[in-house]
Design a protein. Structure first.
Length: 382
């Protein structure tokens, strides 16, 4: 029986305490057994999102939380601006278009990092009701400076909507302090729970800007009014909520700042291991890239063969490139329930599989480089 390893950017491994909570007997969603759990989850989500506003919880994927934002903020013909530098920026474009918005796109090549000055200039040319951002673009490994981008949007009087599906809990995302009007995320990444729960932290300004698009299940006001009574408008996935309660407890017991620092160190370890193999990074070589490390496949090697080789030989699941990057890069996830030995397992296996595929890689250096990078002291900021 082969051991299985999940090293994708999502879903991510789930701690056994969380799995145990998911596996407890199902209870009624309005019973005294469930209501304290529900209340604790809603409170903890505000703490993780760093907001005093309501955090709305849906039985849905992260994409469901995406759609809740679009369904509630968009009226046909409204002008909206998407900052897109990858697959998930394009998802905002597709959803807004489907709901009839007039969509302007500040588009970057995949792998580029969005710039606040570019956004400021675009908003000076064209008004937008809301600016739609991606904090961690898992298709490329790029993490945007949401604080700076949000500042530029606010200067122009626009609402700010952020996809934080893979970043919430791994990177600082200061909903209130940065003036973010909507932050959407999901349970299956840095929050260390199974897929199936979407969330949206919503400011009063965003509630007040509700559009005219039809909606029912994802209606923010319907959900908010129910949650104020410690209820849900529809039956929630009680087992997943119980698991998320435990996962959020683990995250908050660690401390958000400690979790952010751990992810920075994991990113350093992954990048150091990859570079020691002689491979080229696709994602930026910077501490902000703490969610996923994207790596260019060596010349003559299809990244799909790396992915299948890891799966077939070692039971390790990593991610191929998406869209135009399929076959060109592979992606090593390190968000959520990971430690440095997960990173060394990844890079050691990549070394062996690439050698099997005939690639010229430096042998025997990657694990040491990863360990040393993880343990290295914080660089001087003087």
């Amino acid at each position: 029986m082969a051991k299985k390893y999940l090293f994708t950017p999502g879903p991510t491994p789930v701690p056994p305490e969380v799995l145990a909570a998911v596996g407890t007997p199902v209870v009624h969603h309005r019973s005294p057994d469930f209501l304290p759990v529900y209340e604790r989850v809603l409170t903890r989500l505000r703490e993780v999102c760093r907001t005093e506003s309501d955090v709305l919880l849906f039985g849905a994927s992260g994409t469901g939380a995406f759609e809740s934002a679009v369904a509630n903020l968009v009226a046909p013909g409204d002008p909206h601006l998407v900052v897109s530098a990858g697959n998930f920026g394009e998802r905002w474009v597709s959803m807004l278009t489907a709901y009839g918005a007039e969509v302007d796109v500040l588009r970057y090549a995949w792998g580029e990092t969005p710039d606040a000055d570019d956004l400021r200039a675009r908003l000076g040319e064209r008004q937008a009701k809301a600016v739609w951002l991606v904090q961690s673009e898992t298709s490329t490994g790029v993490v945007a400076d949401v604080r700076a981008l949000a500042g530029a949007a606010k200067e122009a009087g626009a609402l700010v909507v952020v996809d934080a599906v893979s970043s919430l809990g791994a990177l600082p995302c200061e909903t209130d302090a940065w003036g973010l009007d909507v932050v959407v995320s999901g349970s299956q990444k840095a929050l260390m729970a199974p897929p199936g729960l979407g969330l949206a932290a919503v400011s009063e300004a965003a509630f007040a800007a509700t559009g005219s698009s039809p909606r029912f299940y994802f209606d923010w006001e319907r959900t908010r009014q129910a949650q104020l009574k410690l209820d849900a408008p529809f039956t929630p996935p009680v087992s997943l909520v119980a698991g998320l309660d435990v996962a959020l407890g683990l995250l908050l017991d660690e401390g958000l700042e400690a979790a952010f620092e751990r992810h920075v160190r994991l990113g350093r370890a992954a990048r150091a291991g990859v570079k020691a193999l002689g491979l080229e990074l696709f994602s930026p070589d910077e501490d902000r890239s703490a969610v996923v490390t994207a790596v260019r496949a060596p010349s003559g090697v299809d990244s799909g063969d790396v992915v299948s080789g890891l799966r077939d030989r070692f039971g390790i699941t990593i991610a191929n490139g998406q869209g135009e990057l399929k076959g060109k890069i592979f992606r090593l996830g390190h968000i959520g329930w990971f430690d440095v030995f997960d990173i060394t397992t990844q890079v050691a296996a990549v070394e062996l599989v690439l050698a099997d595929l005939g690639a010229e890689v430096e042998r025997g250096l990657a694990v040491t480089a990863a360990l040393e990078a993880f343990e290295a002291p914080e660089p001087s900021r003087a």
